[in-house]
Design a protein around this ligand. Structure first.
Ligand code: ADP
Length: 786
């Protein structure tokens, strides 16, 4: 009767299981297999008991009697259940257990089949105890031993699952299985025990256990076991307190003499005393309960009301986030919490990113929630809170993108509630795991949702303020940029107009000289008074004037080449030392006249470089000339060279500095002086001499120097504390040159004429100069006087 009913029950469970979609999921497959085997094992009991002894004897092979068959089928069912447990608890593989189990099962079946039916003990009353008593029934021992091993394996798997769970809900599943597993095993043992008194109880227990398994597999969120346990325990404590009072009262009442004259008064007094005793006892029960499970959260309403009042006035995002996190941690008793900002990116996606706060360290991540996706539906359309556990395990969220899943996982939160205002999702409140590791209850979720919805107005205001501030900062930065560009344009405009002034001044001076001398020559010639000394002097001056014009025109030509990136560089091996010597050599006379101290250090030890020696001489000379021009008489010019390394590429670089003790340059001109025709001084001044103190030039020297250095793949810049003709802060020009010709060097000539491949020769007089001391100023003619 019972066996039949239970068989029908199993059929019902199977049909229900088959009708559920997603049958391909592996725990469900194993569940169906287990149910089917349980149905078979149950069905065996429908056969006439001990049928093998009766007329159906021929149907049974050896010891494979009806009770033995029931045990064997139950064993198969337990193998299925073991596989189900391992798959249900996650990360474990079921195959090894199934293969080993089947192997063992076949051995038992063969052993039993070969035992004569009279001696077959398996399934007969008391077979379990007989398995351990001598003479040992080998089949019985094998069965009991492996059942124990199977039971142990899934309890262990549940324990591992519980302790390694990253979410309380996952731990709860393991905890749930820790109850379902032993119940099922217990049912199986009793059901197959063969004892008529126990087996029916066993069948019921097994059925209950398997019903529990069906519930567990079909619902990704199972009953909160810890909550259940707590509730049971606290109800038990209260019941115990009531019972104690009642029983004590009854006990005392029975001791009373029924004939006592004031019995009713006594009984009333007893009842009052019992009621009075209940109050402290109940208090004790509550205290005990709290001691064991921790105090329940205080009424959150007060916190939430206070939060609601505080939050409305906040316009700072950071402050709002801190307060919201604080209230979440206090009311929900969570370890961490965060405010996530949601921003509509376009019509189809919402960007979501956590806000950094003082209390919890959030990863710098962001993700995009597609509209119409399950996360969006849940948070926005249903305005419902969302559990991290559901995100990971519920079939509803299987379709979400792996990036979005990993984003939520990285946040290490347990629950999320949407902040929606004016029909827009503007944020999400996230709460981490609870400090007592309980799963989130419905009440917790509601509380989270309430706090989230109360944050709405403040979050909108704070975000508006933040947006306004950002817009203001951007406008300010833009204004700054505009005014800088304007300044630069004005300066460049000035350079343009200066060009006309400078060029006309620079050209007019030598032209006037030429004109004057030719007029004088004409007059003298007319009068026949030309003497050879006079002629020599005048032609000398004429030459100087034309040379100056030539130089200016040459410089202008060079600059125009730089402008169109057409400077022709001829690379060959050379050294910085020779370049410096050749650059200084024509200036030695002027250096002497101006009583300047020019020193060079660290040049000798530098390696050879691949460069256009002639152009480098021109560049260094321009820089040194400036140092001379802008340093008063008696000042110093120090040239220092050292070897550096490019930090990014590791390439070797020569770093040369030309430092003077001159008037210095204001920082606003540090870049502009490299522009064509740019001079700091009044453009109206014409060049008075290339080496005179403050002698103005056409403003092309540094432009050419930069063009040459950049053409070599190098860099040139100036440093100076500022302009001060009194204190003379000085200027330092830095030049970086790559040792090897870099790919960026302009106009690389594929082959060099022999004259260019030769190292630049150093004049004997300059070579003699000490590398560490002042350069010898000797007779070399300064070719540049006004
Ligand atoms: P210039 O032909 O006028 O010397 P440059 O291009 O060589 O043209 O220099 C541009 C301007 O930079 C100069 O007019 C001068 O005002 C400033 N300058 C360059 N080098 C120095 C220096 N060592 N000390 C002070 N000012 C300098």
């Amino acid at each position: 009767m019972l066996a039949g009913g239970l068989s029908l029950g199993y059929i019902g469970l199977l049909v229900a299981g088959l009708r559920v979609r997603n049958n391909a999921e592996s725990p469900r497959v194993w569940l169906l297999a287990t149910l089917f085997l349980a149905l078979l094992a149950q069905g065996v009991h429908l056969l006439v008991s001990n049928a093998h002894q009766g007329p159906y004897r021929a149907l049974f092979i050896g010891g494979l009697t009806q009770p033995a068959l029931a045990v064997l089928l139950t064993s198969l069912m337990l193998i299925g259940f073991a596989a189900l447990s391992l798959r249900y608890l996650g990360r474990f593989r079921a195959a090894p257990v199934v293969i080993l189990g089947l192997f063992w099962w076949m051995i038992v079946a063969v052993v039993v089949a070969q035992t004569p039916d009279k001696q077959a003990l398996l399934g007969q009353p008391g077979w379990i105890t007989k398995a351990f008593t001598v003479p040992v029934d080998s089949a019985g021992l094998l069965v009991v031993g492996v059942w124990a091993a199977l039971g142990l394996s899934w309890v262990l798997a549940a324990l591992v699952g519980f302790y390694t769970a990253h979410l309380p809900e996952v731990a709860n599943r393991a905890l749930y299985w820790m109850i379902i597993g032993p119940v099922t095993l217990m049912g199986a043992i009793l059901g197959a025990s063969g004892s008529p008194a126990l087996r029916e109880l066993g069948w019921i227990i097994l059925f209950v256990g398997l019903c529990g398994a069906v519930y567990g597999v079909n619902n990704h969120r199972v009953l909160d076991i810890r909550q259940l346990f707590k509730a049971t325990f606290s109800t038990g404590l209260t019941l115990a307190a009531i019972l104690l009072v009642l029983l004590s009262a009854l006990f005392v009442a029975r001791q009373l003499d029924p004939n006592a004259p004031n019995l009713s008064v006594l009984l009333i007094a007893l009842a009052v005393a019992g009621t009075a005793a209940y109050v402290p006892l109940r208090g004790l029960a509550i205290w005990l309960n709290n001691r064991i499970f921790g105090t329940p959260p205080e009424d959150a309403t007060a916190y939430v009301r206070e939060y609601n009042q505080n939050v409305s006035g906040i316009v700072e995002l950071r402050e709002l986030s801190d307060i919201a996190i604080n209230v979440l941690m206090r009311t929900l008793r969570v370890r961490r919490a965060a405010l996530l900002l949601a921003t509509r990116e376009d019509n189809d996606t919402i960007r979501i990113e956590p806000m950094q706060s003082a209390t919890s360290d959030m990863p710098e991540v962001r993700a995009w929630i597609p509209k119409g996706g399950p996360v969006y539906r849940k948070l926005f359309e249903q305005r419902a809170a969302l559990l991290q556990y559901d995100l990971e395990y519920s079939p509803e969220f299987t379709p979400i993108a792996p990036e979005l899943k990993s984003f939520f996982k990285q946040l290490r939160m347990s629950a999320y509630a949407p902040i929606v205002i004016q029909d827009q999702l503007i944020g999400v409140m996230a709460a981490g795991s609870k400090s007592n590791d309980d799963p989130f209850s419905m009440h917790d979720m509601e509380l989270l949702a309430t706090i989230a919805s109360q944050t709405g107005v403040a979050l909108r205001n704070a975000r508006l303020v933040a947006d306004l501030r950002r817009a203001r900062d951007e406008t300010e930065a833009l204004n700054h940029d505009i005014s800088r560009t304007k300044e630069r344009l004005e300066q460049l405009d000035k350079v343009k107009s200066d060009f006309v002034t400078i060029a006309s001044h620079e050209l007019r001076t030598p032209l006037t000289q030429i004109r004057g001398y030719t007029d004088i020559l004409d007059t003298l010639n007319d009068q026949g008074m030309v003497d050879s000394d006079q002629l020599a002097g005048m032609t000398n001056n004429l030459r100087k004037a034309t040379e100056r014009m030539e130089r200016l025109i040459g410089d202008m030509l060079d600059v125009s080449q730089i402008g169109i990136d057409a400077m022709d560089l001829r690379f060959g091996p050379t050294t910085l030392e020779s370049v410096v010597r050749l650059a200084i050599e024509p200036l030695t006379e002027s250096i002497k006249q101006r009583k300047l101290q020019v020193t060079a250090r660290g040049l000798k030890s530098l390696p050879e470089i691949d460069a256009d020696g002639k152009r480098l001489v021109q560049a260094i000379q321009n820089v040194v000339l400036n140092a001379i021009k802008y340093t008063p008489d008696g000042g110093r010019v120090d040239i220092v060279g050292r070897l550096d390394k490019n930090e990014q590429t590791g390439a070797e670089l020569i770093h040369a500095t030309i430092q003077d003790s001159g008037i210095g340059i204001d920082s606003q001109h540090h870049e502009l002086i490299f522009e064509k025709f740019y001079r700091v001084a009044d453009p109206g001044l014409h060049s008075t001499g290339t080496t005179k103190f403050l002698g103005a030039g056409p403003g092309l020297g540094l432009t050419i120097a930069r063009g040459v250095i950049q053409g070599h793949g190098g860099r040139i810049w100036v440093e100076s504390p500022g302009y001060d003709p009194e204190k003379l802060p000085g200027t330092t020009v830095h030049i970086l040159l790559p040792v090897d010709r870099p790919d960026t060097a302009k106009r690389l000539t594929p082959f060099e004429a022999p004259s260019q491949t030769k190292p630049v020769t150093v004049p004997a007089e300059i070579s003699a100069a000490k590398d560490t001391g002042p350069l010898k100023r000797n007779q070399a003619q300064a070719g540049a006087q006004g």
